[in-house]
Design a protein around this ligand. Structure first.
Ligand code: UDP
Length: 313
């Protein structure tokens, strides 16, 4: 197959790229490297990988050949990154999605998979979150550049399906962790691991009672590829994540113990609109994709800690 992955050098994108090149498919990666990292693609044969350094918000994909499945992953995705690049985040999701959908409408691509996010549920009033929940989102706060951009990306993606019968699928991706997270992306897993490994204080925002549910990246890649490859699910929106819910404080204690760290835990001011709880209902993914996350948190953390240990050497 010919696969297109926008944002293919980023955290999840680079694993998805490798998943397809390992299986012998050719992958076109379009990425402007604003938060991506070419090192994540090191060692992939140039026979199977074409890297196009372009910004999806302005690039109309004119050099890309016919594509079987396109994955729309281009966007800063951690709170620290999207708050640093708020306008770029909005345009990557708005104009980037538009360019990809137009590419499909022109007959150049058979399927489009949008990487949306659990952030479309905002600070959710329903728990766990099902795909039918519309969310509780602040349209004009510090997280809006990401939350509302992803909600727009969903809306334009579904609109092309309804208006032009474009074959689209939408993944709502919950917190994901693993190798290739950037050390300074500010996410809770990367922060806690780098802090414990370097003997710095572990920074918990707020009292640490807020929850997240953490999915290992290999499980996420299986979910995304299943979403792209399953027949007869055009127009479906599916949560992908691991329902194993933890408080941030529990996560800090697990990582502290796993790294044998003497780091103290410090409590700092929590950001505006930080969701109090988050856990996916994945019954739809189980039913339609026969997908289930398989990697337990401790196993995934062992691999992630190892990755960061090597980076810090
Ligand atoms: N968090 C924390 N300390 C950190 C980084 C994050 O307590 O050093 C908290 C953050 O406030 C949030 C949760 O961990 O409640 C997850 O944050 P992350 O930035 O990983 O992603 P989010 O799920 O908020 O998009």
């Amino acid at each position: 197959m010919n696969i297109l992955i926008t944002g293919g050098s980023g955290f999840i994108g680079s694993h998805l790229t490798r998943h397809y090149t390992n299986a012998g498919h050719h992958v076109w990666v379009v990425d402007n490297l604003i938060t991506g990292n070419k090192n994540n693609l090191a060692g992939i044969s140039p026979d199977l990988l074409t890297f196009v350094e372009q910004d999806v918000s302005t690039y109309d994909l004119k050099d890309i050949p016919h594509i079987d499945i396109a994955f729309n992953l281009a966007s800063p995705a951690s709170p620290v990154q999207y708050k640093k690049h708020p306008v770029e985040t909005m345009l990557a999701n708005a104009q980037g999605s538009y360019h990809l959908l137009e590419f499909a409408r022109a007959g150049k691509c058979d399927r489009v998979v949008l990487a949306s996010t659990s952030e479309v549920y905002g600070d959710p009033l329903e728990h766990p979150q099902k795909e039918t929940y519309w969310g509780n989102v602040n349209p004009a706060g510090v997280r809006s550049c990401y939350d509302e951009a992803k909600r727009y990306a969903e809306a334009i993606t579904i609109t092309y399906h309804m208006k032009y019968q474009t074959d689209v699928r939408i993944a709502r991706i919950f917190n994901t962790y693993g190798p290739h997270m950037e050390m300074d992306d500010g996410r809770v897993v990367s922060n806690f691991i780098t802090q414990t490994l370097s003997g710095k204080p572990i920074t918990i925002y707020g009292d640490g009672s807020q929850t997240r549910s953490f999915c290992y990246v290999a499980d996420m890649v299986r979910g995304l590829s299943a979403l792209g490859e399953t027949e007869d699910i055009a127009g479906e929106i599916i949560n992908l994540g691991n329902p194993n819910e933890k408080t941030v404080k529990e996560l800090a204690e697990i990582i502290k113990q796993m790294t044998n760290s003497a780091s103290e835990i410090v409590f700092q001011q929590i950001g505006q609109d930080d969701p109090k709880k988050r856990k996916p209902d994945i019954s739809k993914a189980k039913a339609l994709l026969q997908w289930n996350p398989e990697v337990p948190l401790e196993d995934g953390l062992v691999k992630t800690i190892e990755y960061f240990r090597n980076k810090l050497k």
